[in-house]
Ligand binder design. Structure first.
Ligand code: ADP
Ligand code: MG
Length: 350
């Protein structure tokens, strides 16, 4: 178990004491952060930039399982998944607010761990924690993060801008976070059946890290800027490639053709799928939580994109009437299915 049942009771500090304890060392880094924690509201100054705002809510038992999620990683992930949405707009995250609901079973040390992860992510993504809310919960832990960022009006990327013949690009590799989740769930079941058996997670470091400590693609956002490329459309991959391609094509009123052999999948993801007797392609197409970027660029950007590290062209945009297809290695065309990763659906089926 990762939560700390002994440790200091939060009641000894009280709500205000806790907030102070967690936030007193914060130093604001960004010039757009005028006033942070401590007043009734934060004050931001974005002058002539467009402001993007996005929120995600993480609920214990639905989005994370504290049996195998270290609290520091959970804090980190709660920030990473939000700034990922800002990058998907081709905008730069600058501030976050963090709201938490905690039950009595969490000690002060446990909350400090969550905040250590939050602070590390704030450093890595160069965002300021400027506010939040703190309350108690009767049962589980909830964390809600709002991220705020800036972009230039003509450079913001929406889901609806893809054009026929645009190249479809993805960053990194796909399905790894889902492979990591499958491994953790398997070892959890083994442990539940026999607590004497220690989990066997060796040799799977990469997929575990992808599940437990995902990174948002700040590097790709920066590389696109350096290369002077503004994608025609962009989305981050939180629910699997199929589902995100559908959002993008649907909102752009286009179809797509992608190629199985082009989909980047890591060796460890392959290995895990094989071990579990599952199809690795299902991991990439329908697995969740990769937080890679999916974007389209005009055909004439082909050479620049080919040069870009960690970006793969997987296909191209076609007329809507042609539908959404995956061309397999043996040349068959399979219609893409909308099977986004839906934690609530998975819960209900249990
Ligand atoms: P209010 O009663 O106006 O909601 P709070 O006492 O909840 O004020 O919050 C006081 C200050 O602390 C505010 O600036 C708020 O944004 C900040 N704050 C509260 N909870 C958190 C948290 N979990 N993380 C960061 N800042 C927080
Ligand atoms: Mg409050």
């Amino acid at each position: 178990m990762t939560e700390n049942k002994a440790g200091t009771s939060i009641a000894t500090l009280g709500e205000f004491g806790l907030i102070k304890h967690l936030t007193n060392k914060i130093k604001l880094k960004n010039s757009s952060s005028v006033v942070g924690v401590g007043d009734d509201a934060a004050v931001l100054n974005y002058e002539n930039k467009k402001v993007v705002v996005t929120t995600d809510l993480l609920v214990e038992g639905i989005h994370f399982d504290l049996m195998y999620t270290p609290l520091k990683h959970l804090g980190y992930k709660s920030i990473a998944v939000n700034v990922s949405d800002v990058y998907a707009m081709n905008a730069c995250p600058k501030q976050v607010t963090v709201s938490i609901a905690i039950s009595k079973r969490f000690s002060l040390e446990a909350i400090e761990e969550i905040y250590a992860g939050i602070q590390l992510a704030c450093e890595n993504y160069n965002v300021d924690l400027v506010g939040g809310d703190t309350t108690s919960s009767l049962t589980g832990l909830c964390i809600s993060v709002t991220a705020i960022g800036e972009g230039e009006a003509e450079k913001l990327t929406y889901r609806n801008g893809a054009k026929v013949n645009d190249l479809i690009c993805v960053t990194g590799n796909l399905g790894a976070a889902y492979a990591g989740l499958q491994l953790l769930e398997r070892e959890k079941r083994v442990f539940a059946g026999n607590p004497e058996i220690q989990p066997d997670l060796s040799g799977h470091d990469y997929i575990l890290e992808r599940q437990l400590k995902p990174e948002a693609r700040k590097d790709i956002f920066e590389r696109l800027q350096e290369a002077n490329i503004v994608p025609t459309a962009m989305i981050d991959i939180s629910d699997g490639l199929s589902s995100e391609l559908m959002h993008l094509c649907d909102q752009s009123n286009k179809g797509c053709q992608i190629y199985e052999e082009r989909i980047p999948i890591d060796y460890e993801t392959h290995k895990m799928a094989e071990e579990l007797n599952m199809n690795y392609l299902t991991f990439a197409l329908n697995g969740g939580e990769d937080y890679e970027l999916l974007f389209t660029v005009p055909l004439d950007k082909h050479q620049d994109i080919e040069k870009m590290e960690d970006v793969t062209v997987i296909g191209h945009v076609v007329e809507a009437s042609k539908g959404l297809y995956l061309v397999t290695r043996d040349g068959n065309e399979i219609a893409l299915q909308a099977q986004g990763w839906n934690p609530i659906k998975e819960q209900d089926e249990k």
